[in-house]
Design a protein around this ligand. Structure first.
Ligand code: FE2
Length: 261
């Protein structure tokens, strides 16, 4: 069994079985079973729609928490999820998630527990969904936090040859909306691996797509209690107020959450 310890960056008793692509949950954690995202479910968002493997792409452990924290989570209307994304390629595309928007102005907060994450954010025009006004590619390393500002749809991309494991804090008040990514057959850009490295192609579904702005996550965001490398699960205890932006997104400014390259 190949096991990777995720406790340092998650602050939870959590391990990854890389052979089974599954998490090993410590005793104190709620026993959540993963929702599996199958290849056949996300074919619409892939360039190569005839692929047949791998059959399973990623595993979503929704509402993971220490059993003793259930009430605290409910009180703050928060949910903590962990996602395990397999290494590999989808034809020539990098391994990726299906992509979704949130209803209203809800944002999100991601943390990289293992591997490197690219997160492709896009904001659509409110009057015409086929116009993408802004595209940001966040390149995050293990321990980094990625704040998803209001109204940005997002996909996660695993460019490495190892598993990508992320956690996220999100408001418990809504469900993600996958329809616009399915309708568009993917995000604003497809990202391929070729002999020279990565290659970006704008998705022809869109009438207008802005150029990609590349950024790194800020290493420290004091107002949200975030420091790269420090587990964000522990905010739940003394600093749950720092996560208020997830339920009251428009009260906050997001101009300092990325460092543009
Ligand atoms: Fe999300």
């Amino acid at each position: 069994m190949q096991v990777r310890d995720l406790s340092k960056y998650s602050g939870l008793n959590l391990k990854l079985n890389t052979k089974k692509h599954s998490l090993i949950l410590g005793d104190a954690l709620s026993k959540v079973s993963p929702a599996i995202r199958f290849l056949k479910e996300i074919k619409e968002v892939l360039v190569e729609k005839e692929l047949s493997s791998p059959a399973e792409l990623y595993y979503m452990y929704r509402d993971m928490h220490k059993i003793k924290d259930a009430e605290r989570l409910a009180k703050h209307k928060l949910r903590y999820d962990v996602t395990v994304i397999r290494p590999g390629r989808l034809g020539n595309e990098f391994m990726k998630t299906a992509g979704h928007y949130h209803p209203g102005d809800f944002g999100e907060l991601y943390e990289v527990l293992s591997g490197c994450a690219w997160c492709l954010l896009q904001r659509r025009n409110t009057g015409d969904e086929r116009i993408i006004e802004d595209v940001i590619l966040i390149k995050a390393k293990t321990g980094d936090k990625i704040v998803i500002p209001p109204r940005y749809g997002h996909i996660l991309i695993n460019i490495e040859k190892e598993h990508l494991v992320t956690s996220n804090w999100v408001s418990a008040s809504f469900h993600s909306q996958y329809e616009l990514y399915e309708k568009a057959q993917g995000a604003a850009y497809y990202i391929f691996e070729d002999s020279l490295g990565e290659r970006f192609e704008a998705n022809p579904y869109f009438k207008e797509v802005s150029r990609i702005r590349v950024a790194l996550p800020a290493k420290e965001i004091k107002k949200f209690g975030l420091v790269s490398g420090a587990p964000m699960y522990s905010l739940l205890y003394k600093e749950a107020g720092k996560l208020d932006f997830l339920n009251n997104p428009l009260k906050y400014d997001y101009s300092d959450v990325f460092v543009f390259l």
